[in-house]
Design a protein around this ligand. Sequence first.
Ligand code: FAD
Length: 284
Amino acid sequence: MKVTLITHTPQPEKVVAAAAKLCYSDQVDIETLMQSLDDEDAVSAFVHKLMTMHHESPLEHVSFTFGIEGVSRSFLAQITRHRVASFSVRSQRYCSEDAPAFITPKPIDRDSAQKDEFANAMQAAWMSYNQLVEMGAAKEDARAVLPNACETRMLVTMNARELLHFFSLRCCTRAQLEIRTVANEMLKVCREVAPTIFEHAGAACDQLGYCPEGNMSCGRKMTLEEVLKLAKANESVDNGTADFSLHVATSAWLIPPEKCAKTATKPSKETPCQWTRHLRPDGR
Ligand SMILES: Cc1cc2nc3c(=O)[nH]c(=O)nc-3n(C[C@H](O)[C@H](O)[C@H](O)COP(=O)(O)OP(=O)(O)OC[C@H]3O[C@@H](n4cnc5c(N)ncnc54)[C@H](O)[C@@H]3O)c2cc1C
């Protein structure tokens, strides 16, 4: 698997800041507005504020184009469910599939018996494919016997708002390993290019501070239901003064810790959500 950032909107955070500021700047032409955004620290602080406020539409002005190679068509089926994105995918009509090229899922690859069974199935599929082509079938028809494991490559373009959404779903442990690995790679490079935009990006629980998956939760973070239940049961803990919603939000760094001064256990950068962590019954 290989994930490459092919290109992105130049100065993405400046563009996002410009888009947001333009909405509120009376009597300022766009050239002057752009010139007023030369201070990188000020831009970063402003974008941080936008992210905190969930003012997300300016993020749509910046996009990132990735090359993704060495992935399966199962992955293709999953990533193309994200409709606010553009895709160009290696064609099975115009490109030859005569040599077996497939992705073995990591868990199967680690078990030698499963790996052998998998390889046998791949051999059989490709034998049928080649046989059908030899018998005169068109490639676009013969490909119907090829498996989901068939290797593919693609270019994918998403804007930053969609990327945040994509990461929230696909960096989650519920997402399959292949797409999760790709999503984490994409996130890593996005963070290098636009650190403020992607500072809190990741699985939904990392963005929200709690897990929205209900009883499908992996347990890494408490579900909202668990959080509220504990809050109710432990009203007297923490001097009873903790502002619960602030604690939850702070654990995802949506609200700067200094704004949480009224909470009894003031969150710090190292321990962003002390109160909920203290209360977690299994000590996680
Ligand atoms: C763990 C996991 C398991 C899944 N299992 C299944 C499954 O079993 N079966 C299955 O079919 N899919 C499954 N999916 C795919 C899932 O249902 C979504 O299709 C996919 O994640 C894309 O999400 P999205 O629609 O939010 O995102 P995008 O298509 O990227 O859209 C982004 C956002 O834009 C808005 N939007 C986009 N299009 C519309 C529209 N037409 N109308 C209104 N609002 C719109 C929505 O707010 C949406 O969240 C699974 C996904 C995950 C992460």
